[in-house]
Write a protein that binds this ligand. Structure first.
Ligand SMILES: O=C(O)CCC(=O)C(=O)O
Ligand SMILES: [Fe+2]
Length: 394
């Protein structure tokens, strides 16, 4: 069995789990993969399925796993089956207390079962599992669902979404449970799939996005002169022309994004704690106008790119690695499935491109953040100059 599994996971790793899943039925379109979330080089999002202990409290190794996670200062999402929670509720509570998270993985690890259930029965078991997990003190609201054996139908998707849950699958997977003496193989297989990527995070509320879009429409109708957002995008708006720097973007950068960037090593290394100026604009993509954006890097140390939530198809962002070592094929990509107000935060020097939209209109708010201190040392990313730098004022 071990040989078969190794072959399977080596092949799946080479193709990429995300690509395999996206070839499957439509339901997977609404699936969140790890690289849609935290995905910077050196960061792995850890999930453990079929918890907490499928063989009952007797042989439970939850305490050992918790100790190991603590040793590495790691947090994990346990995808829990409600039947396997029985008898280990105290351990579950302790895990939550230590910062781990519990997700919904249905009632038990029945093989090839849940995707065949009639919708009503599936819903009942889904709800029962959420209730059992939420009964653990400290859990709050369960946010994530993972389909058993990753078998997910459109009918399941409708129910899962109506319960306010999001479907999550990993970009990496290894049958560690079947490869007891092969920790090296498991680590290698997983690490092979960890690409340098981006951080994804919710930033703006739906209401804010709607109001900003209304403001942009009104500005468009006003006939006031309107500059091109940057040298590449022809359509959109420069947000200082709308007067949005002092009350909105300056404080957003200064009070929220700079402190965040100072805490994330990849951004702190490029002056993330000293970002003192920004250029903020909206890019607009419509069929027949700008439909895509070719590979480039930004005149920025760190870029925030938030989706303002209009309706469109495709238009994913692809990342090709740092400008000095960029590859021809993307190493990570970000679909905008997380929805209105969600953003990616990435290194300005990551080469990236926006794939064509195939219908609708995409509007994104982009903030290019710069650090004069970093540029004095390292040069402007566009021209290499270390002098002739203007002081910023964010
Ligand atoms: O269209 C996008 O989401 C990407 C925009 C972008 O990369 C930029 O304006 O620098
Ligand atoms: Fe860009």
């Amino acid at each position: 069995m071990e040989f078969g599994l190794k072959l399977l996971w080596s092949t799946a790793s080479a193709i990429g789990l995300r690509r395999l899943m996206k070839m499957l039925p439509k339901a997977y379109k609404a699936t969140t993969f790890f690289f849609d979330g935290v995905a910077c080089k050196g960061h792995v999002g850890l999930t453990i399925d079929d918890g907490l202990c499928r063989n009952g409290p007797g042989p439970s190794m939850v305490a050992e796993v918790a100790t190991l996670l603590k040793e590495h200062d790691a947090r994990c999402t346990f995808f829990v089956c409600s039947e396997y929670l029985v008898g280990v509720e105290a351990e579950a509570e302790a895990l939550v207390h230590e910062g781990h998270e519990l997700g919904n993985h249905m009632t038990s690890d029945k093989q090839f079962y849940f995707h065949k259930l009639p919708a009503g029965e599936f819903e009942q078991q889904l709800r029962g599992t959420t209730q059992a997990i939420e009964a653990v003190p400290g859990v709050g609201r369960v946010r994530w669902f993972r389909a058993p054996q990753a078998l997910y139908t459109q009918s399941m998707e409708r129910t899962v979404t109506s319960h306010g849950l999001r479907h999550a699958l990993g970009d990496c997977y290894a049958d560690d449970w079947a490869m007891e003496h092969n920790a090296d193989f498991v680590a290698r297989t997983i690490l092979k799939q960890v690409a340098e990527g981006v951080f994804a995070l919710p930033v703006f509320s739906e209401r804010f996005c709607q109001l900003l879009c209304e403001e942009l429409d009104a500005f468009g109708r006003s006939g006031l002169p309107c500059g091109q957002p940057n040298s590449m995008n022809r359509h959109g708006a420069l947000l200082d022309e709308l007067g949005l720097y002092p009350g909105l973007l300056d404080p957003l950068v200064r009070e929220w994004l700079v402190p965040l960037c100072s805490q994330i090593p990849a951004f702190a290394a490029v002056g993330g704690g000293h970002l003192n100026s920004h250029k903020s604009f909206v890019v607009t993509y419509r069929i027949g106008e700008d439909e895509h954006l070719t590979e480039h890097f930004d005149n920025a140390e760190v870029t925030l790119n938030a989706n303002l939530g209009l309706s469109f198809e495709a238009g994913e962002l692809c990342f090709y690695g740092h400008k000095d070592a960029a590859k021809d094929a993307p190493s990570a990509h970000h679909a905008w499935t997380a929805g209105v107000g969600h953003a990616v935060l990435h290194l300005g020097q990551q080469v990236h491109a926006a794939l064509p939209i195939t219908e609708g209109e995409r509007r994104n708010l982009v903030i290019w953040m710069r650090s004069t201190a970093w540029r004095r040392e390292n040069g402007c990313p566009m021209c290499g100059s270390t002098d002739r730098l203007l002081e910023g004022s964010a």
